[in-house]
Write a protein that binds this ligand. Structure first.
Ligand SMILES: Cc1cc2nc3c(=O)[nH]c(=O)nc-3n(C[C@H](O)[C@H](O)[C@H](O)COP(=O)(O)OP(=O)(O)OC[C@H]3O[C@@H](n4cnc5c(N)ncnc54)[C@H](O)[C@@H]3O)c2cc1C
Ligand code: FES
Length: 334
């Protein structure tokens, strides 16, 4: 039985300015909150007039699934988004009133996932990019508190580290929410007005160089150059890394092809890895298991090594269907 996405008229419970350019919006929508996962998103119609015509995509900063016992409004099933004013749609959103109903569609896409056996999770948020990471931090952390299993084989939740970057103090969000979870976020600002002077990726490098992080996964959301740098650092330290790609979206459901981004063809990526870093015997085993397994042994070496490492072959993936969360090493960063 298909349960989502659903199109819902959600009532606005809370709509508040939280900083100069940022707002928090809490929506009563049990139908979507029941299934929503951190990293997934909704498409939100800005107003009834259908002007602007296209819905706007937003991730979840908090998810409150409906509860059996309903002591607070959130227990009815609530989603929260935090948004930044960037253009026409988000400017119009600032006029929304509490009590009003909003047309939303979701949950959409694929969210973050936990790695088997990970001991640590480092979440890196740049600017408004911290918003979807708040719900992911909460999930990773809460699961441990309740001694539930996040993955099939892991008994304990990973230790969660949150790194937040922004241009200046007034662009740093999420501190209060993260602290409420009992976590201690680290901050970097480009103008030095709060925390380390520099970038979120400087915090990440410092963290990895000074403390070392075995069995740690990285999760990132923010501007594209930040994501590309996080992906580079993940590669350098050989850590798994997931990135939330905020590509421009028009439909959000795979119909317009507007959100296409370049991803490396998995077979080519695997071949490139085999060619670059594996010992000779292992390469042969992996080739036998891969899609190229039927190749004649004597042809193998000539075919895979030179071409793939230099020019990885790509395909287009739809961020709204296959993402918006991707493994960083799958993205063709340009
Ligand atoms: C999966 C996902 C999650 C997101 N989560 C958040 C969030 O939690 N908080 C937040 O503030 N922003 C988020 N964004 C970005 C947000 O969707 C855009 O800032 C917003 O659509 C801009 O609309 P606008 O009309 O104000 O800007 P305009 O520039 O006027 O928009 C014109 C068109 O471009 C699209 N567009 C513009 N910028 C973006 C962008 N960065 N990403 C996607 N589409 C864009 C708009 O949807 C619209 O169709 C997310 C984007 C994606 C794809
Ligand atoms: S936004 Fe239309 S296909 Fe992804």
């Amino acid at each position: 039985m298909k349960t989502y996405p659903k199109e819902v008229k959600a009532r606005i419970l809370i709509h508040r300015r939280i900083a100069a350019d940022y707002f928090r919006l809490r929506l009563l929508c049990p139908e979507i909150a029941r299934f929503a996962q951190p990293g997934q998103f909704i498409m939100l119609r800005v107003n009834e007039l259908r002007d602007p015509f296209l819905r706007r995509p937003f991730g979840f900063s908090r998810i409150f699934p409906p509860q059996e016992k309903r002591a607070r409004p959130e227990d009815e099933g609530v989603l929260e988004i935090c948004y930044q004013i960037v253009g026409r749609g988000t400017s119009l959103m600032t006029q929304l009133r509490e009590g009003q109903r909003l047309d939303i569609l979701g949950p959409l896409g694929n969210g973050f996932w936990a790695k088997e056996g990970q001991k640590g999770a480092i979440l890196v948020g740049g600017g408004i990019g911290i918003a979807p990471l708040i719900s992911w931090a909460e999930k990773l952390h809460k699961v441990g508190g309740k001694k539930k299993r996040l993955t099939r084989n892991s008994e304990e939740a990973p230790e969660v580290f949150v790194l937040i970057g922004g241009k200046s103090r007034d662009k740093i969000l999420g501190i209060r929410e993260i602290k409420k979870m009992g976590l201690d976020p680290q901050v970097a600002t480009e103008d030095g007005s709060m925390g380390l002077p520099g970038l979120a990726t400087d915090l990440l490098e410092r963290e990895l160089l000074t403390k070392g992080h075995d069995s740690t996964s990285l999760y990132a959301c923010g501007p594209m150059p930040m994501l590309a740098r996080v992906a580079q650092i993940a590669d350098q330290f050989d850590l798994p890394c997931q990135v939330l790609m905020e590509t421009r979206m028009a439909c959000g459901v795979g119909a317009c092809l507007g959100c296409a981004l370049k991803v490396k063809e998995r077979a080519f990526r695997e071949m490139a890895q085999i060619g670059v870093s594996r010992p000779e015997e292992e390469k042969e085993e992996m080739i036998a298991e891969s899609q190229w397994g039927k190749m004649e042994k004597e042809n193998q070496k000539e075919i895979f090594i030179p071409v793939i490492a230099e020019a990885p072959t790509f395909r287009y993936a739809l961020a709204c269907k296959e993402g918006p969360v991707f493994e960083a090493r799958d993205i063709l960063w340009e």
